[in-house]
Ligand binder design. Structure first.
Ligand code: DC
Length: 222
């Protein structure tokens, strides 16, 4: 049987970078499910469809194809109708659209099988918001990775500034808080720690310490 590690937590807790490194150390595949919601959001933006529950959104979901592929190095790429959109889904606007569109039950249902199929045949670390609670409730390891909003905003600010994006810390902090609110208050699959998860708080940890903390939880459970 393949092994699944569910890694959930709020935006900017470092899930993706930590999970990527931990997956490499264990020779597991890393699956970033946020990229899927971002891709549906991008599809809506491009089609001029608002990220709200509507017949237009239903029609859009009928026509789009979202796929995950992996390079030989194990890096994930997400395809929208056959085109790699991995870079285009990383803007602050795409983050906000993803947060809104991910609250819609039909969008979550649309992406559910794709996520579950990934876990059937591979040893994986899957990061998201509802992996331990909804997508993979039987995952052998469940981790809730979190950090203070200020620490998370600070890290995201640094990341975007290093990419040359013209961003303000205050704007990012208010985005982080707004997304936290959206993600934890939505009716369907809200962000919350699974009852059987282990919480890792990275507020006071640097990157290497965070990776070690996550690997320690995984090694203890398997
Ligand atoms: O992890 P991320 O920032 O790339 O996620 C983008 C948005 O998608 C985020 O606001 C929450 C949502 N999301 C979700 O609802 N469920 C997931 N499994 C992953 C992401």
């Amino acid at each position: 049987m393949s092994i699944a590690v569910a890694l959930d937590g709020p935006a900017g807790a470092g899930k993706s970078t930590i999970a990527r490194r931990a997956a490499k150390a264990l020779s597991y595949i890393y699956v970033d499910t946020g990229a899927l919601y971002r891709t549906v959001g991008l599809a809506a933006t491009e089609a001029g469809v608002s990220p709200v529950d509507s017949p237009e959104l239903d029609d859009l979901l009928q026509t789009i194809k979202v796929e995950l592929t992996f390079t030989e190095q194990g890096e994930q790429a997400v395809l929208l109708n056959g085109t790699d959109v991995s870079d285009r889904i990383r803007t602050p606007e795409a983050s906000m659209t993803a947060s809104k569109i991910s609250a819609i039950p039909k969008v979550r249902a649309f992406l559910l099988d794709l996520q579950r199929d990934m876990a059937k045949t591979n040893d994986i670390i899957m990061d998201g918001r509802d992996i331990g609670t909804v997508v993979l409730p039987d995952a052998q390891v469940k981790i809730f990775l979190t950090a203070s909003p200020e620490a998370r905003a600070g890290r995201r600010f640094k990341e975007l500034a290093e990419k040359g994006m013209d961003v303000k810390y205050e704007d990012i902090l208010s985005d982080v808080k707004e997304r936290d609110y959206n993600d934890t208050h939505r009716a369907t699959a809200p962000l919350k720690a699974a009852a059987d998860s282990v919480t890792v708080d990275t507020t006071e940890l640097d990157f290497e310490q965070s990776v070690e903390a996550v690997l320690a939880v995984i090694k203890e459970k398997i």
